[in-house]
Design a protein around this ligand. Structure first.
Ligand code: ADP
Length: 403
């Protein structure tokens, strides 16, 4: 292929994140974000990485995603990287929910759009926003291949024993209730990068990936294939997150409705937006929580302990699921930066061959690295995630195959 650039779009309900990559060397040519689309106070921040120039910010109303993408296209044109360039090979779209249907990245056509639409009931917040991005980009460059890369795809290899909930399968099937899992692009990238860090083939290693960002999820990856993950029908299940509760007794919901008099929408908001670290102590940023702990704040200390306790339970559970584990990989904002979380999560797990070396763990950096002692049976690794690169790589590979 002569065209080597891929534009990656991550379209949220009121935001549009983008990166333009050159796949010859996976370098980033430009990156940016449009925020608060549809409001008076929209903002576009564009960083021309290829030229090393300063970031440009523009404030002012941007009515919709169409206007947002046109503004992005204009910024890219100013850098000589316009979307009309023959060097642009494809656009890769992050799509949150691909259900059981999409097990791989897929070239977008009308049938694919219809299927993503059909999945809206199981991803009411995300899929409509992703679809808006797809429609907008297709209107702008109808001739260009556009690829959907699904957050759920990596998890479609899970066995039924992990993916099924223990409820009547007729009801589950009617409403498409099962464990789908999310952050799959990150789990795929990080599990592969961890194998590389160990100098082994992905097929030969078992990895527990802990993606700890504002949203957080764990996965058990056997020989490059996902066999279990902590998020479920929606991203609410599993680990304690920035604002989501993660696991709880489902009867809490009946209790809040029947005894607490709360509506379903109120409970939804409580568990998704006002729980987790934020619900426990009023902060969802791990940096702030650590600062408060250093000052002796008890609510912050308890929130940290609850967060770590849940993490440790999942490490143990996935250890048992995998049988043998070669590495535990920490990634995303908290996983990559919060040494105390890594240390606390594996504390006391020497019996499982897990430990961190305090000096290695304290070193900061943006490269994949091992933070366990050389003598440890299981490597503890910090592996920065790169979802945009993974989306671009998958998009480019697929488009290359089809041309
Ligand atoms: P998102 O899920 O929004 O993509 P990120 O992966 O960027 O999230 O992670 C964001 C979170 O990472 C922040 O809310 C904060 O808790 C945490 N974080 C970022 N930098 C640091 C740091 N230096 N130390 C501790 N935690 C950090």
């Amino acid at each position: 292929m002569t065209a080597t650039r891929v534009l990656v779009l991550n379209s949220g309900s009121s935001s549009l994140k983008y990166q333009l990559l050159d796949m010859r060397d996976s370098s980033r040519l430009a990156a940016g974000l449009v925020e608060r689309i549809g409001e008076q106070t929209s903002r576009l921040k564009h960083t021309p990485l290829a030229s090393g120039g300063d970031a440009r910010e523009a404030d002012g109303p941007i009515a919709d995603h169409d206007a947002a993408l046109k503004a992005v296209a204009q910024e890219l044109s100013r850098d000589g990287l316009g979307l009309d360039s023959p060097d642009l090979a494809a656009i890769g779209h992050r799509v949150v929910h691909g259900g059981m249907f999409f097990t791989e990245p897929t070239v977008i056509d009308e049938a694919v759009i219809a299927e993503i639409e059909r999945l809206i009931p199981v991803a009411p917040l995300h899929n409509p926003a992703n679809l808006t991005g797809i429609r907008t980009a297709r209107a702008l460059r109808p001739d260009l291949p556009q690829v959907a890369v699904f957050d759920t795809a990596f998890h479609t290899t899970m066995p039924e024993s992990a993916a099924r909930y223990a409820i009547d399968p007729r009801i589950a099937d009617r409403h498409r209730i099962r464990r789908y899992g999310f952050h799959g692009t990150s789990h795929a990238y990080v599990s592969r990068a961890t194998a590389e860090l160990l100098g082994r083939a992905p097929e030969d290693v078992n990895v527990i990936v802990l993606h700890l960002g504002n949203g957080a999820s764990a996965s058990a990856v056997r020989g490059g294939r996902c066999v279990d993950t902590s998020m479920g029908l929606t991203p609410l299940e599993g680990l304690v997150m920035g604002t989501r509760s993660g696991d709880l007794d489902p009867a809490v919901i009946f209790h809040l409705a029947r005894v607490g008099g709360m509506s379903m929408d109120e409970i939804d908001t409580l568990l998704n937006k006002r729980s987790g670290l934020f619900g426990l102590c009023g902060d969802n940023d791990m940096r702030e929580i650590r600062r408060r702990i250093d000052e002796g704040d008890e609510a912050a200390a308890l929130a940290f302990d609850i967060y770590v306790h849940r993490l440790k339970k999942y490490i143990g559970a996935y250890y048992a699921v995998l049988g043998t584990v070669d590495a535990v990989a920490f990634t995303a904002g908290v996983g990559e930066n919060a040494a105390p979380v890594r240390e606390a999560a594996v504390a006391g797990l020497e019996g499982l061959g897990l430990a961190v070396d305090p000096e290695r763990n304290a070193v900061r950096g943006d490269r994949p690295r091992i933070v366990s002692p050389d003598t440890a049976r299981v490597a503890v690794a910090v592996v920065p995630t790169d979802e945009e690169l993974e989306i671009a790589t998958q998009t480019y590979a697929l488009v290359g195959k089809n041309t």
